[in-house]
Design a protein around this ligand. Sequence first.
Ligand code: ADE
Length: 416
Amino acid sequence: MTLIRDRNMAPEGLEKIEWVREHMPVLRELEERFKRERPFKGLNVAICLHLEAKTAYMAMVLKEAGAAVAVTGSNPLSTQDDVAAALAEQGLQVYAWYNASNEEYDEHVYRTAQTLPHLVIDDGGDLVAVLHKSFRGHLGEVIGGAEETTTGLIRLRAMEKKGMLGFPMVAVNDALCKYLFDNRYGTGQSVWDGIMRSTNLIAAGKNVVVIGYGWCGKGVAMRAKGLGARVIVCEVDPVKALEAYMDGFDVMPLLDAAAAGDLFITVTGCSRVLTKEHFLLMKDQAILANAGHFDIEIDKNDLSALTGEARRVRKNVDAYTFPGGKRIYLLGEGRLVNLAAADGHPAEIMDMSFGLQVLSLKYLLQEKGRLDNRVLTLPPEIDRTVAWLKLKGLGIKIDELTPEQNEYLQSWDAIS
Ligand code: ADE
């Protein structure tokens, strides 16, 4: 069973998957191993991720590993219909299409949960939430899952705190080979990819306001600087604010930045970050983009209340016009700009994130019955395995400690 737009689009989708596969050596190596070992034979795996080519390749690897795989998108604007068609053509169950309404999106996630997975991969927590709301009787059969994002982990930790989590979930987002690369370099590049594709405007010379200085915000600000923008960082956490300052950025409250900014990028994971009070202060033609998981960071209701209906002026660009004529442009309807207006993170980056994902599922299977229903730290050996595989794929060799050095590092009294 599938719910996709158009199966005839499969050839273009397959082309995209083949391209990313060539740039994902970690997953290729795991694919080879899993083809031999078939570790997920007889198991249902459900995936709720941004349904683009890299995700599709990982889903195919899990199928090669013996699983019956069901896939849905984790955002209504990030599904690519040709990729969804290609996966359906490969015999996976796919429930997703681009520009799904909220009801359609909910149905897609529901149908995916209805396949009664033993293992899950989630991005943002929607699939896990639906399993807990509507499939409670099945929770005991779920061996576990892995969560991709900061936002998903916030939701999972809230469930854990209330004693509600029905199976163990590995916090892939908190692994070193995830946030150091995906959150920082992946978001740093793909957010700019989305902004450039949708606007075709220049970053150099602009006042770019980056709101949120977590690993994703750091990446976005770093790349803004590299592109020649003047970067302002807004933060609520004093340590992160200080870090931004020491990294060479101007740091100020958002209300002060509102009048100065040409381009605003929300990267907070929080709700109602840019609201009426900021919109009123902004310049004519200010541009707004969101890089957080949900479309709640830029208050679209406030924008509409101030301006009325938005007008689509270019693909992925909506103009909100104030009574006096001032315009504010919103990119990708305030959804993740890197996925709504581009293809998400580069393949070489998702290679590591998805390597961690599939190895997390293997770990959950190996430890079946021994793990608590909690949010679990990814075992450091998995991080190291992925780093080794990535270095190998890049053809990079590194040094090893000598036996004396090893001994030295394990002693406390050998300093001479
Ligand atoms: N491609 C697939 N999943 C993604 C994610 N979480 N972020 C960016 N690109 C992606």
